[in-house]
Write a protein that binds this ligand. Structure first.
Ligand code: PBG
Length: 321
């Protein structure tokens, strides 16, 4: 009698294989990013095939299709007509995102859960995520703006706010701005562990938010670091974040897993634009099969410990598996 391990007993029969599957993809855990623009109609993002920038009006039938497919959460990004030094279009009450929030709430009520990205880079003329002093983003001068932006989103109908700017102290400032205005029940999803990644390129194309000078390495995290990166998540937790996020997803699953082990808070991961475009490009070339590649990448993110995944693929999958 041979004595080696017979692991194939677990997977040869497809019924047993499925029954023993430890991780599944549930559409209730997916969040679709949506780009809202002041320009009319819908235009495809050239570096993100299948993703569009929508005017508020043309977003409504799109959002209706999303809901029909069972995707009931979006994260909204705004692309304003005008940008300035202080990103003022980010907090005006008739800014693009505020208009989009009011219209979508009016149309879909509580059937569609609205999360907003709180940041300045899509709104500033220099493309940085805060107020510039000299050659630097001034952390403390930026904080009150972030509080104001988050508050303007919730005033317009946001159900949750997600700060992505990577300034120190922003979660506490935003929590305070919401609480003192009666929004104690609005959760904060903090982009806590956000790396200075080359995988955001297609997003910056979509949002026109490439920095005009320098880079974001002074505020976004250094990719080789895991210990120092985890400290960001602990700080956000102390300041009152309700959900912590790791971004990008696939290249940083080790960090997601470590965070899963070291906190009880719900965790999110963002499968970013570059992760989307890489798969799309390989599919276009006939080098990968889309559905199975997407499923495998998503299931890996859930397996590492994500409770929620932001992904551009949310809208076009029949994933329950
Ligand atoms: C805004 C923001 C960015 C992304 C999400 N929020 C861009 C950046 O930090 O440059 C990237 C998302 C993606 O690549 O899909 N700060």
């Amino acid at each position: 009698m041979e004595t080696f391990y017979r692991g194939r007993r677990y997977r040869e029969n497809p019924i047993l294989r499925r029954a023993l599957q430890e991780t599944t993809i549930d559409r209730n855990k997916l969040i679709q990013p949506v780009f809202f623009t002041e320009a009319p109609g819908s235009t495809e993002v050239s570096s993100m095939p299948g993703m569009y920038r929508h005017s508020v009006e043309s977003s409504l039938p799109y959002l209706e299709r999303l809901l029909k497919k069972g995707i009931n959460k979006i994260i909204a990004f705004g692309i304003p007509a005008e940008k300035d030094e202080t990103g003022s279009a980010a907090f005006e009450s008739d800014g693009i995102i505020q208009k989009a929030l009011r219209e979508t709430k009016k149309r879909f009520g509580n059937d569609l859960y609205l999360i907003t990205d709180v940041c300045m880079c899509e709104y500033t003329s220099h493309g940085h995520c805060g107020i510039i002093r000299g050659n630097n983003v001034d952390n403390d001068a930026t904080l009150p703006y972030l509080g104001k932006i988050a508050l303007s989103h919730v005033d317009a109908g946001a159900d949750m706010v997600a700060p992505s700017d990577m300034m120190d102290g922003r979660v506490g400032i935003i929590r305070n701005a919401l609480d003192t205005n009666g929004y104690t029940g609005t959760p904060i999803l903090a982009y806590s562990i956000k790396f200075a990644s080359s995988f955001y390129g297609p997003f910056r194309d979509a949002a026109g938010s490439t920095p005009g000078f320098g880079d974001r390495k002074g505020y976004q995290l250094n990719p080789p670091n895991s210990r120092i990166s985890l400290l960001e998540a602990y700080a956000d937790m102390e300041e009152g974040a309700d959900i912590l996020m790791v971004k990008p997803a696939l290249p940083y699953l080790d960090i997601l897993k470590e965070l899963r082990i070291s906190t009880k808070l719900p965790l999110a991961a963002y499968q970013v634009s570059g992760e989307y475009s890489m798969i799309k490009a390989a599919v276009e070339k006939g080098w990968l099969e889309e559905k199975s590649a997407v499923r495998e990448s998503l299931v890996s993110i859930f397996r590492a410990g994500a409770d929620l995944v932001i992904t551009y693929f949310a809208e076009d999958l029949d994933y329950d598996q």
